[in-house]
Design a protein around this ligand. Structure first.
Ligand code: F6R
Length: 352
């Protein structure tokens, strides 16, 4: 570890690891700074969350967290157009870190056209300007971050907003308990730890194409965050899958008679939840047993007393693993040139 820590400024010049280390405190900061927001009372029969990429993952997490208790449907839309059910009974929250993401802006306009009452969360950009012109409240995110590192801000901002809307009952003590657990975990998993299991997993995964499975409530969303962080920080191909669904299709893809050739670089990370229902835990165990003969399988069990703790602790662990992967592969975790290149090419096609 020491050799990476001493080379930290060259391996990670924009300090992505520092942003992951700050994740626990950012959760609390985001929660506290959103306490003063005045969220309009908008009765909703449906909650629609709009966003893309690093801005949408906070929305996914919110949906996964609220699903067991919310009494209205919650939909996350990552597209130019919103579903046809959207109407005046829908409250729509558009989230874009930059405020300039074309799909989110288009979906926001579509939702407004269909009569949805809107809210926005952004650092600025066109979304903030359009919200101001529409008389729609736009709540701020902390500026100066790569969007994927703004997850604590987007998620806890959304939690405050849904509490203001009456969709969730505020749980200040639960957020403070979560903060303490995240801090304690960050000390065990971060670069100051003598024996970080996150670094050990990164060392095991560094030459592979990881497939991250999420088995249990909320864990498919966490698996998706792991995949995206592994794509963006160490610039690695990765995939994710959800149990039980993967047992009904993906499973067959691992039955090739030529496993050595077909699965040469694959490795599975199985995220499990001790609180998941027994059927799902059985599926995770049996699936891992099946795959083990064909590729390396690493099982990671969620920690935490509540669904919120289990999801966020596992996300923090995955964030550490992804930055360690960048370090061990000697790739700067922060720039995502391929995403910027694509956005530039599309802007040129629009004549901008
Ligand atoms: C992640 C990242 C992207 C953006 C996405 C949408 O670090 O850069 O996934 O989050 O392209 O952009 P924003 O978040 O500005 O709406």
């Amino acid at each position: 570890m020491q050799s990476y820590e001493t080379r930290r400024t060259t391996l990670d010049p924009s300090d992505m690891m520092g942003l992951v280390e700050r994740f626990p405190d950012d959760c609390l900061r985001a929660w506290e700074s959103a306490a003063a927001w005045s969220v309009p009372a908008l009765p909703a029969k449906h909650l629609l969350l709009l966003g893309m990429g690093g801005s949408a993952i906070g929305a996914d997490l919110l949906r996964a967290y609220l699903e067991p208790s919310a009494t209205i449907p919650i939909t996350v839309c990552r597209d130019y157009e919103v579903p046809a059910f959207v109407d005046a009974d829908t409250v729509c929250i558009a989230i874009s870190y930059s405020g300039n993401t074309e799909e989110t802006l288009s979906a926001y306009a579509d939702a407004r056209r269909r009569g949805a009452r809107g809210l926005a969360i952004s650092t600025g950009g066109k979304l903030q300007a359009r919200a101001a012109a529409d008389g729609v409240p736009c709540f701020p995110l902390a500026p100066g971050l790569p969007p994927r590192a703004s997850l604590p801000w987007s998620f806890f901002s959304l939690l405050r907003v849904v509490a203001g809307l009456g969709i969730w009952v505020e749980q200040d003590a639960a957020v403070r308990a979560l903060h303490a657990r995240l801090r304690e975990a960050a000390a065990r998993w971060g670069p100051a730890a003598a024996d970080s299991p996150a670094l050990a997993l990164a060392n095991s995964l560094q030459d592979s194409v990881p497939i991250v499975y999420g088995a249990g409530r909320g864990l498919p969303t966490v698996a998706y965050r792991w995949k995206c962080q592994i794509n963006e920080n160490p610039k690695m191909a990765a995939a994710c899958a959800a149990l039980p669904e993967a047992n009904h299709n993906e499973q067959a893809g691992f039955s090739s008679p030529h496993p050595e050739a077909d699965y040469a670089r694959l490795a599975v990370v199985m995220l499990t939840d001790p609180a998941a229902r027994v059927e799902v835990r059985n599926r995770a165990r049996v699936t891992a047993d099946y795959l083990r003969g064909r590729m390396p399988v690493y099982e990671v069990e969620a920690e935490g007393d509540t669904l919120l703790e289990r999801m966020l602790l596992l996300i923090l662990l995955g964030d550490f693993v992804s930055v360690y992967l960048a370090w061990v592969r000697e790739i700067d975790p922060t720039p995502v040139e391929a995403i910027e290149w694509l956005k530039g090419r599309l802007a040129a096609l629009r004549g901008e």
